[in-house]
Design a protein around this ligand. Structure first.
Ligand code: ADP
Ligand code: MG
Length: 270
């Protein structure tokens, strides 16, 4: 069975009962318009044998005033049909008013991380993400929470918030699921016209070629290659292409582009 819950109060009560029964909770937060990327996170959550809760909530506070909040795809019926094979499952689909009542006024700011990269182009975005994820964590009370690597900076931010605020939740990052031509699945891919969709395949091609270059070339050369490679398509505008060093000595190339009004992100380990 798929149980749909619409209020925080009811969700919290159901979560308390699951915990009392001695089960763990695995949680997959989403904004709906589900695709194979989301489903891969849910599969992973299901493997744990825990009770699995999927939230579907298009979070208004993570959209800028000129962004696509109003037109973001919403189709709960279709989403529930896609979730059917994962039953038993709990879907938490609250209204914006339920999550943000009129007198709401507390926000979470993961300093530093939230201003860089995507944060520079989407001011306030990560404040909205951190706030809603902490709220969802407090309502759902998960032991494990699953996030996709496609949103690389987001999963870093959530891990940092969990550590800084002593959340007793294990954050699990799952691999990026891609279309045949390499394009990372995203709900926003639905905005692309056929020609835009074709050019979008260049993003992952650029990243894969860049990964090969990384054996012999320095960061500056790699970034300028990516920018030149993508400039071949007049439809693509690069917001940033950046190499981020990781604690273990490896590095990640992160990229954000606009194709028409559609913003797409991707990344690869080098
Ligand atoms: N292609 C993908 N592969 C793996 N996980 C993904 C993919 N796309 C989105 N996710 C993950 O699903 C969760 C919900 O993201 P959401 O914003 O609803 O989807 P999208 O980014 O596609 O619009 C996030 O943790 C996100 O990283
Ligand atoms: Mg997203």
């Amino acid at each position: 069975m798929i149980e749909v819950i619409n209020t925080s109060k009811e969700m919290s009560r159901v979560s308390d009962n699951i915990k009392k029964s001695g089960k763990n909770i695995s949680f997959v937060p989403t904004m709906g318009a589900l695709h194979r990327g989301h489903l891969s996170l849910i599969s992973k959550a299901k493997k744990s044998g825990d009770a699995v809760i999927v939230s579907i909530f298009v979070n208004p506070t993570q959209f800028g005033p000129k962004e696509d909040f109003a037109k973001y795809p919403r189709n709960l019926k279709k989403d529930l049909a896609l979730l059917k094979p994962f039953a038993p499952l709990i879907v938490f689909a609250p209204s914006a008013k339920n999550i943000y009542p009129n007198d709401f006024g507390t926000f979470v700011d993961v300093e530093d991380l939230s201003c860089k990269l995507c944060g520079e182009f989407r001011p306030g975005h990560f404040k909205g993400v951190a706030t809603v994820v902490l709220k969802l964590f407090n309502i759902v009370k998960p032991d494990f929470a699953f996030f996709g690597k496609k949103d690389y900076q987001q999963q870093l931010l959530i891990k940092k918030m969990a550590k800084d605020l002593n959340l007793n939740i294990k954050i699990v990052t799952c691999p990026t699921i891609r279309e045949k031509d390499g394009l990372a699945l995203s709900s926003r891919n639905a905005y692309l016209s056929p020609v835009e969709r074709k050019s979008a395949s260049l993003i992952y091609k650029a990243l894969k070629t860049a990964k090969k270059m990384a054996k012999s070339k320095n960061a500056e050369k790699i970034i300028s290659f990516i920018k030149r490679f993508l400039a071949a398509s007049p439809l693509i505008k690069v917001e940033y292409a950046s190499i981020v060093k990781k604690a273990n000595g490896a590095a990640q190339i992160l990229i954000a582009v606009k194709i028409g009004s559609t913003r797409l992100i991707d990344n690869i380990l080098i």
